[in-house]
Design a protein around this ligand. Structure first.
Ligand code: PLP
Ligand code: COI
Length: 335
């Protein structure tokens, strides 16, 4: 604990004092329990291990100049966790339970919330797993909801500096009517090989195309995609991407700043017409994209990154999250 270098934190796991766990058994959720163990005992035939009944969320707590701890839009994560649960036939955790657990896990690990001004934050990782045994493909009868935290820095080591993305066509993250719109483990397993390829070629991550036609931009490995041209914020509409809370927040902020916004299919050819492009998400915040390479055609798209509008949006978002700007939209809950 004493040797955390807050300014240099990567996006990774750091052991904290506590996690919070809750069990769904006999048709009902129990009371959240505090644990200091990093391990869980699990049945060898648990559905999470064999059939991918597992979902997760990611949200952040920030320390403000006033020393207060602020949670950003946790209700949206609670709702998305319910959607993910419904999407793979797990028991959706009630919003009230989600709130109780979030507050408990952050309060009990207060000393791990990075100080104001370090650029770091406390990442909260709720996850749900099917824990009871099934050998046939059936949903679990019992579930575990766990929340742990870790102090983190930027997801891409570049921080608010340009990253490069690789378009690959030899692997899809999510099928058109698959589980891409849910935050479930299988989507991330499906992305690992292409991300490895992107890393080995020197790219920060993958920019996925729609799985059916390979004509449209879907999203980046761990974040949504946006482009800006002629003062319009444009982001893909797709059935197979995660509905990003950060992206929705940026749309609201862009409108407030007087920019037009569009959510619609974005053709690959449009990449050459954007003034700025970026990846956005809880972990990525805004990662300005400086270069995109299409692995198949060899086409390279280059951008002046970070562009001025991305910069303004980034600052506006961070200022709300850390309490420097007014919370006009009710996005913040002070712990
Ligand atoms: N897309 C994917 C695949 C993600 O894993 C994430 C991260 O949560 C996002 C987009 C961004 O979503 P949010 O802004 O809600 O964190
Ligand atoms: C997030 O932004 O919260 C994510 O979950 C992204 C990634 C770590 C999968």
């Amino acid at each position: 604990m004493n040797n955390i270098n807050w300014q240099k934190l990567p996006f990774g796991y750091i052991k904290t004092d506590y996690n919070v766990r809750c069990y769904f058994r006999d048709g009902k959720w129990g009371e959240p329990e505090l644990s200091s163990s990093e391990y869980i005992p699990i049945h060898i035939a648990a559905t999470s291990l064999h059939y991918g009944q597992t979902s997760f969320e990611g949200l952040k707590a920030f320390k403000g100049k006033d020393g207060k701890i602020r949670l950003f839009r946790w209700k949206e994560n609670a709702k998305r966790m319910q959607d993910s649960a419904n999407g793979i036939l797990m028991e959706p955790p009630p919003v009230k339970l989600f709130k109780k657990m979030i507050y408990k896990v952050v309060k009990k690990n207060k000393k791990f919330v990075p100080p104001y001004g370090t650029g770091a934050s406390l990442y909260i990782r709720p996850f749900q797993i099917g824990t009871s045994e099934q050998v046939g493909v059936k949903p679990s009868k019992e579930y575990m909801l766990i929340m742990f935290v870790s102090p983190v820095g930027p997801y891409f080591k570049e921080g608010f500096s340009p990253v490069s993305m690789l378009i690959t066509r030899d692997a899809d993250r999510a099928a058109p009517f698959g589980t891409g719109q849910y935050k479930v483990g299988g989507n991330y397993a499906a992305s690992l090989n292409s991300i490895k390829k992107a890393h080995s070629l020197g790219y920060a991550n993958v920019l996925y195309l729609d799985a059916k036609e390979k004509k449209y931009i879907d999203e980046c490995g761990p974040a949504n995609f946006f482009g800006i041209k002629n003062n319009i914020y444009i982001t893909p509409k797709s059935h197979s991407i995660l509905p990003s809370i950060t992206n929705r927040s940026l749309i609201t902020l862009a409108k407030e700043m007087g920019y037009k916004t569009e959510r619609r299919p974005v053709k690959i050819e449009e990449l050459s017409t954007f003034d700025e492009v970026g990846a956005c998400g809880t972990a990525a915040v805004i990662s300005p994209i400086g270069k995109i390479k299409d692995d198949k055609t060899g086409e390279v798209y280059k951008y002046n990154a970070p562009g001025p509008i991305s910069k303004l949006l980034y600052e506006k978002l961070i200022n709300i999250q850390t309490g420097n700007s007014e919370d006009k939209y009710g996005w913040i809950d002070i712990l």
